[in-house]
Ligand binder design. Structure first.
Ligand code: HEM
Length: 394
């Protein structure tokens, strides 16, 4: 099936609340089609919820970013690094055992034990907001520090170094940074984590890195894991805090709802995750064997982009898909991916978002945007969607 539209797949959203129109037209007119990415690569675009779930559970689709046919959105984005991939870039048979080694760190029970500390972190940052000047940038005051501190404490990374690792993570996810800048960011972050691992080997502490070191002395592998968890663990959730807060501020009746009945916050978080699907390019793959999806043959060596933001609006799967219904609570969305690589940190992310929304609107009932929402700098230039800066006041 060849799509008449578009010739080159746009990768930025026209409207912060919706996938690009062209992606929607593909879903309606040619749901599995060959498209050209801005990088010049021609790949398959999948737009239907069911097809993406099928693809993400088929081991003939590889996550190995070192494969030259792995979809590349923009020219020059491939990282020429020789480090060992961690979970997100691994395939069977290595991926399963590697994931089982860390999954115990992210169980619901483990996350519940973290809850009081996360609440404390959120409260401290809201205290600081209330004591500080108005307006303030929500991203700097709350969205970024909360998940950064949490992942730092979990891993055993000193939070004092947050400027260093936040700047490098954001370069890595940027669509405008040069290949050299991105490579430098990776090298510097890996070097930093390598030194940290050596220090933990000398003086272990009660943290994930020390626990992993007690079981394996493979520093290269641990560096890759630490790198992945540190980057994936803060930017994503930070962006959802900003986008979620913006959305709630536009819907005061929903703030009242979760305030009166906090059991409604988690379903709201779930719907916000579906609605924004901020990390859709994470679910790209490359076929390593001939296969087929939805009756369409896909050959070994062909790349596939799963347009999960569009699939999360698939009318076959979701009623009134374009409506933000904070009571919907549908957990079958693809915002955390699906299958073997489904987000390891999803329980943590849900809990952080729940605590932030419950606490923020209770403690600052007069919170409001300090600028018109349509002037906010949305992250059209990054691989994870979000907001660069969000001035708020109260
Ligand atoms: C995987 C999204 C938060 C760690 C993924 C994937 C998505 C995703 C779409 C699937 C990638 C694939 O299929 O290849 C998100 C979103 C988040 C979030 C939207 C926040 C709202 C987190 C947090 C952590 C984390 C807080 C860490 C603590 C990971 C890891 C993987 C992953 C390690 C790879 C798992 C594997 O390959 O087995 N995430 N994530 N994520 N995420 Fe998240």
């Amino acid at each position: 099936m060849t799509a008449r539209l578009p010739d080159t797949l746009p990768i930025t959203r026209g409207c912060p609340y919706a996938p690009p129109d062209e992606h929607r037209r593909l879903q309606q007119e040619a749901p599995i089609s060959r498209v050209t990415l801005p990088s010049g690569m021609t790949v398959w675009a999948l737009t239907r919820h069911e097809d993406i779930r099928t693809m993400l559970t088929d081991p003939r689709f590889s996550s190995d970013r070192r494969n030259p046919n792995f979809p590349l959105l923009l020219e020059g984005q491939r990282l020429n690094t020789d480090f060992v991939p961690s979970l997100i870039g691994m395939d069977p048979p290595e991926h399963g055992p590697a994931r089982r080694e860390v999954v115990g760190e992210f169980t619901v029970k483990r996350m519940a034990a973290l809850r009081p500390r996360i609440q404390e972190i959120v409260d401290e940052h809201i205290d600081a907001m209330l004591a500080g000047p108005r307006p303030t940038d929500l991203v700097k005051a709350l969205s970024l520090p909360v998940p950064s501190l949490v992942i730092c404490e979990l891993l055993g990374v000193p939070y004092d170094d947050h400027d260093f690792f936040q700047a490098r993570s954001s370069l890595l996810l940027s669509r405008t940074a040069s290949p050299e800048e991105r490579k430098r960011a990776v090298d510097e972050l890996r070097e930093y984590l390598g030194e940290l691992i050596l220090a933990k080997e000398r003086v272990p502490a009660d943290d994930l890195l020390s626990r992993r070191l007690a079981k394996s002395d493979d520093h290269e592998e641990l560096k890759s894991l630490a790198f992945l968890l540190l980057v994936a663990g803060h930017e994503t959730t930070a962006n959802m805090i900003s986008l979620g807060t913006m959305t709630f501020l536009e819907r005061p009746e929903d703030i009242r709802t979760i305030h009166e009945d906090p059991s409604r916050t988690l379903p709201a978080v779930e719907e916000l995750l579906r609605y924004f699907t901020i990390a859709e390019i994470a679910t790209s793959r490359v076929a390593v064997d001939d296969t087929e999806i939805g009756g369409v043959p896909i050959r070994a060596g062909e790349g596939v982009v799963a347009l999960s933001n569009t699939a999360n609006r698939d009318p076959e799967t979701f009623d009134r898909p374009d409506e933000l219904d904070l009571e919907r609570g549908a957990r079958n969305h693809l915002a955390f991916g699906f299958g073997a690589h489904q987000c390891l940190g999803q329980n943590l992310a849900r809990m952080e978002l729940q605590i932030v929304f419950d606490t923020l609107f209770r403690r600052i009932p007069g919170l409001r945007p300090a600028v018109p929402l349509d002037t906010l700098p949305f992250k059209d230039d990054a691989n994870v969607y979000g907001i660069h800066e969000f001035p708020v006041t109260w």
